[in-house]
Design a protein around this ligand. Structure first.
Ligand SMILES: [Zn+2]
Length: 457
């Protein structure tokens, strides 16, 4: 009954929550541009106030040298026996420069059931959904929360969380918990909630081919002298199948997940639209795997750049040297060392006379693969079922999110619940970013239920 009252309160006060969110969205807290650093600070200060008002007496803005601030707060009044949850979100924003918006990106506007503003879903709606859930519990349960709650709100996520690990080292208590809720992810649709369980990693490598001490006449020496350009294209082709997909390092996702991959609403129309296909172009064939498996669970390769001759550099010559930079999305659970081994194997026995070298870029991102099981995830299922009517669908992200990989590595033994308020129409990081109000409302109520469910695991 208590939880029903709290959820009821959240629904009745939804408009107030929306106003609270709109206020935050008017602050352009863009973390990649120092002109907006004062706004990042200003928003952090507002958050400290908001958390203090909600009973988090120790709320504070902490700031390491050469870093943007982190806001941390805790309420441990549920007692030492109660579970402690960490709620992570980020309050910084992507820039909007050069984007064509239908309304001012920093003046939130509701149109057709969606809230349009930079950061509406990525990620202000995410953590405001928790502030609203806290409000609901405070208002209906003698100001008591069913679990101990800690907030960790980051101001540098959109620049890749460069200092998050330093903050974790410096403020370990802020990250000490039984369960972590990381709220910066997507739902497969407005009707189907998502639980993110995998990320692809990123590995960048350059392949160079050398064959001659200088370019030579192709009419005189073609067919007998090795050509570095041809060799390079042959080597890249060794990585790809007949559809142009990466064929090295394919993974076999667990059967249990594969069965549900078909439930992900990724039909041809969604793919055509999302991937900008030309009218006559076709979506790549499934070849036995569901689209979700191709997008989230398999490695992929793209060419970042090459030194092959460009228009204006044409000449009839065998090329002495050629190289390409390749970007490889690592399958969840795959490491760069594994991918390096696949490449080395594929490039053995290169075309005769050609010397091949691989150079790795240090940068990149770790992949992440998680198996959500145990009482915390049963609690998640129950909380979502109570509000959405269905359990969340396990989804993946084809790209990389540094903070997730960091949490995944450092807190691998804790339940990590990755959810959020984005949906396929959100358009995060682009013009007209928006959040579905219906998803927002359900997220708030699911949080209300989740705190309750987690208090009993
Ligand atoms: Zn985000």
């Amino acid at each position: 009954m208590i939880v029903a009252n709290a959820a009821d309160y959240a629904t009745k006060h939804f408009d107030e929550t929306l106003e609270l969110l709109k206020g935050y969205l008017q602050i352009p807290a863009i973390s990649c541009d120092e002109r907006y650093f004062p706004d990042v600070e200003k928003l952090a200060n507002h958050l400290v106030d908001a958390l203090k008002q909600r009973g988090f007496a120790d709320a504070q803005k902490v700031c390491l040298e050469r870093a943007l601030p982190l806001v941390i707060a805790s309420d441990m009044s549920a007692g030492p026996e109660a579970k402690t949850i960490v709620i992570y979100g980020h309050f910084d924003l992507q820039p909007v420069e050069g984007e064509d918006w239908d309304s001012d990106p920093h003046e939130p506007e509701v149109r057709n059931g969606r809230l349009y503003a930079r950061g509406s879903a990525d990620d202000m709606g995410g953590w405001v959904s928790h502030l609203a859930a806290i409000d609901a519990w405070r208002a209906t349960n003698d100001a008591k929360l069913p679990v101990n709650v800690k907030f960790v709100l980051e101001g540098e996520e959109e620049i890749g969380s460069p200092n998050l690990e330093r903050y974790m080292d410096e403020y370990p208590d802020a990250f000490e918990a039984d369960v972590m809720i990381l709220t910066d992810c997507e739902n497969p649709s407005e009707e189907i909630p998502g639980l993110t369980v995998s990320l692809r990693g990123l590995y960048e490598v350059s392949v160079s081919c050398k064959a001659l001490s200088g370019d030579v006449h192709s009419g005189l020496w073609g067919n007998m002298g090795p050509d570095a350009g041809n060799a390079l294209t042959l080597l890249i082709a060794r990585c790809l199948d007949e559809n142009g997909r990466m064929k090295l390092g394919r993974m076999e996702p667990p059967e249990s997940w594969r069965a549900r991959a078909r439930e992900v609403p990724l039909n041809d129309e969604v793919i055509r639209d999302g991937a900008n296909l030309l009218k006559d172009a076709k979506v790549l064939p499934e070849s036995g795997l569901a689209p979700a498996e191709w997008l989230w669970r398999q490695p992929a390769l793209t060419i970042l750049s090459t030194t092959l001759p460009r228009p204006g550099q044409e000449k009839n010559a065998l090329r002495a040297e050629a190289s390409a930079k390749l970007s490889i999305r690592l399958a969840p659970g795959q490491t760069r060392e594994e991918m390096r081994a696949y490449l080395n194997e594929a490039f053995q026995n290169p075309p005769p006379g050609v010397v091949v070298e691989l150079h790795e870029k240090e940068s990149g991102a770790e992949s992440w693969l998680y198996e959500p099981k145990g009482p915390a995830f049963e609690a998640v299922d129950r909380a979502y079922e109570a509000v959405w009517g269905i359990k969340p669908l396990e989804v993946g992200i084809g790209g990389s999110i540094p903070f997730v990989a960091i949490f995944g590595r450092r807190f691998s033994d804790l339940p990590l619940i990755l959810n959020g308020v984005m949906d396929p129409k959100t358009g995060a990081h682009g013009p007209n970013e928006s959040m579905s109000l219906e998803v927002f409302r359900k997220a708030i109520c699911a949080n209300v239920h989740l705190y309750d469910e987690l208090s009993r695991i």
